[in-house]
Design a protein around this ligand. Structure first.
Ligand code: THU
Length: 159
């Protein structure tokens, strides 16, 4: 039997974070109001901190044709790749506001976004840290987003 370890840190609230992480998370919480989510009413905000210190935001953008909608994380990754081409992403803080329910437990990126985070990590050759939290409640920190996708498929598999 083989085992793949997965580790993440849990913090009780923003005051337990470093000032930089706290500020990123507060920004992710705030920009959930920029989401376009008239169908799910589930507003997601993602903020990237780049190596040069700049920050880029992404929010989910839905569509009347539901599968056309794009998650906040992939909106963000595309924005970084287009507008900050040579900058690696250090950390991404992700939060959400659920208009129909509670927003007090972290959510983590969906499967497609995990694959996109993996591609970006390989491209920039530097791990991407994730800070996950709702509008309140516990905060999860994952040091390397690729650990969310064990036994993943990458370009190496096609050689
Ligand atoms: N969504 C994200 O933007 N990121 C996630 O990590 C999970 C889900 C969006 C997609 C859709 O617009 C809405 O949340 C409900 O699934």
């Amino acid at each position: 039997m083989k085992e793949i370890p997965f580790q993440y840190q849990v913090f009780e609230n923003v005051s337990a974070l470093s000032p930089e992480d706290a500020s990123l998370l507060l920004q992710a919480r705030a920009i959930t109001s920029h989401a376009y989510a008239p169908y799910s009413h589930f507003n997601v905000g993602a903020i990237a901190l780049l190596n040069d210190g700049s920050r880029v935001e992404g929010t989910n953008q839905e569509n009347a044709s539901y599968p056309v909608g794009i998650c906040a994380e992939r909106v963000l990754l595309s924005a970084v790749a287009s507008l900050h081409r040579n900058q690696a992403i250090k950390t991404i803080a992700i939060s959400y506001y659920n208009e129909n329910g509670k927003s007090n437990n972290p959510v983590s990126p969906c499967g497609i976004c995990r694959q996109s985070l993996l591609e970006q990590t390989l491209r920039q050759q530097q791990p991407i840290r994730l800070i996950l939290s709702g509008q309140e409640g516990p905060i999860y920190i994952i040091e390397d987003a690729t650990t969310l996708l064990p036994l993943s498929f990458t370009a190496n598999d096609m050689q």
